[in-house]
Design a binder for this molecule. Structure first.
Ligand code: SUG
Length: 446
């Protein structure tokens, strides 16, 4: 049976803004309070999805969450009409208001961890939404993420949905951003690599000193247990705490894999030799390409500012691989020189395509952050909600929908505008019809 990797990209929501909410994420902090353009952000994301579809890939679309999150603001004690709630939050807790307006669910690499059916003990595709406990604005996402996943992968014969892990830093889980799966064919059993930043129950172990480690080994182990993975096909590896302290808040900022390729910076991991040995042993006898980038060629700082490793490596229909990179990689001479050389080496990667995803990059989200990978066989793909799979017609509908509903520009002061709430709800209500995902949002139920 044929098998595929489908990228589900997050649609950027109508309240996309720069609020400096993510300590440890250099771009988020340095662009705080700049004006954002929700319309450009959403169109940039859609252009990437359409381009991958045109390259022959199966491409999915994942809906944004409802923001402003009036329900969280009410839970925190703001009351009255919706307009009163927004106004009070604006006056008394502006940081809480911006957190409750963040469009951060666009980065679907943090939506969930996904294990394909070839790896799991019940032969189903498993999903665990990430609890994202480390950042308040992101901790608002997991419940709706779970509902959205069930609306897209709505067939118990093929898909197994878990509740997100307990909402506590001990089980801090950032989803696929710290999870990479290597395999031969997508439908064959693969090795799942879980990367973590710290040990929650053993503080004597290494941990970053400046910025938070968002993922614990205990969370990674829990997800592997829930998904029924075999120990001989799982590898745990700790992120180098020093690179977390240099702005590598997720492992997908410094390493990425696809099929038999692992592309990583030499400083990405702790005990790299042990890790690569274990990985090679568990991968088996097939050819594994571990492409290590040395600091002398690309510094950690260049990796963080260009997102060289937050690229997507995709397998094209002719079997070769392409890198989907942000324009920042093109515009940095050292990184561009590295990529120009990489495509000439003896690895499956033969081309690089550059995309403008600047609106997302300014909040620390590159091409790989914007997508959740789901490897599936033909039967599973046929069971996916077909309205969430990209084609020319859907692209036309979604760009028209963005043009109609999204603002050109948003500043912090706009977040208290009750009209923005009305516009956002109207647009999401229509989106649920376009994607045929049912009434997934709270405002549609209450
Ligand atoms: O969680 N930025 C996101 C970026 C997530 C990137 N995802 C991956 N690496 N997979 C984060 O730090 C910034 C929001 C703001 O500051 O307005 C933000 O949430």
């Amino acid at each position: 049976m044929k098998s595929f990797e489908v990228n589900f990209d997050g649609l950027v929501g109508p309240t996309h803004n720069y609020a400096g909410l993510s300590e440890g994420n250099v771009a988020s902090k340095s662009n705080a309070n700049e004006a954002s353009s929700p319309k450009s952000a959403a169109l940039q994301g859609l252009a990437k999805m359409k381009a991958l579809h045109d390259m022959g890939m199966n491409q999915g679309v994942f809906a944004p969450q409802e923001r402003p999150d009036i329900f969280s603001l009410r839970r925190l004690g703001f009351s009255g009409t919706d307009a009163n709630v927004l106004e009070q939050a604006y006056k008394h807790s502006p940081s809480v208001l911006s957190a409750c307006c963040s469009a951060s669910s666009m980065w679907t690499a943090n939506a969930a961890t996904v294990s394909p059916s070839a790896d799991t003990n019940d032969g189903k595709v498993h999903f665990t939404p990430a609890n994202l406990t480390n950042k308040f604005h992101r901790s608002l996402e997991p419940t709706t993420t779970g509902s959205l996943l069930k609306a897209v992968f709505n067939d118990d014969n093929h898909f197994n949905h878990h509740l997100h892990l307990n909402d506590n830093d001990h089980f801090g889980d950032e989803g696929a951003a710290n999870h990479t799966r290597l395999c031969n064919e997508y439908g064959e059993k693969g090795v799942e690599i879980f990367t973590f930043g710290k040990y929650a129950f053993n503080v004597a172990m290494p941990a970053p000193k400046i910025y938070p480690a968002r993922q614990t080994i205990e969370a990674s182990q829990a997800v592997a247990r829930l998904h029924g993975l075999s120990d001989d096909k799982v590898v745990y590896v700790q992120q180098n705490p020093d690179v977390i302290d240099q702005g590598v808040f997720h492992n997908d900022v410094i390493a990425v894999g696809n099929q038999n390729v692992l592309f990583y910076h030499e400083q990405a991991f702790l005990q790299t030799d042990r890790f690569i040995n274990e990985l090679s042993g568990k991968f088996g006898s097939e050819e594994l390409h571990c492409i290590k980038v040395d600091s002398k060629d690309v510094s950690v700082q260049d990796a963080v500012s260009t997102y060289l490793f937050n690229t997507q490596i995709i397998t094209l229909n002719d079997g070769t691989m392409a890198i989907i990179a942000p324009m920042h990689c093109h515009d940095n001479p050292r990184v561009k020189a590295y990529l120009d050389k990489l495509v000439t080496l003896n690895t499956p990667i033969k081309q690089v395509k550059y995309f403008d995803v600047n609106e997302s990059m300014k909040n620390g989200g590159g091409p790989a952050c914007l997508r959740l990978r789901v490897a599936m066989n033909e039967q599973e793909l046929a069971a996916v909600n077909p309205n969430c799979l990209m084609n020319d017609e859907l692209y036309g509908k979604l760009t028209g929908w963005v043009d109609k509903h999204y603002r050109e520009q948003i500043n912090f002061d706009d977040l208290r505008d009750p009209q923005l709430l009305i516009e956002s709800r109207e647009s999401l209500d229509q989106l649920t019809q376009i994607l045929n995902i049912g009434s997934v949002y709270r405002f549609q139920k209450d």
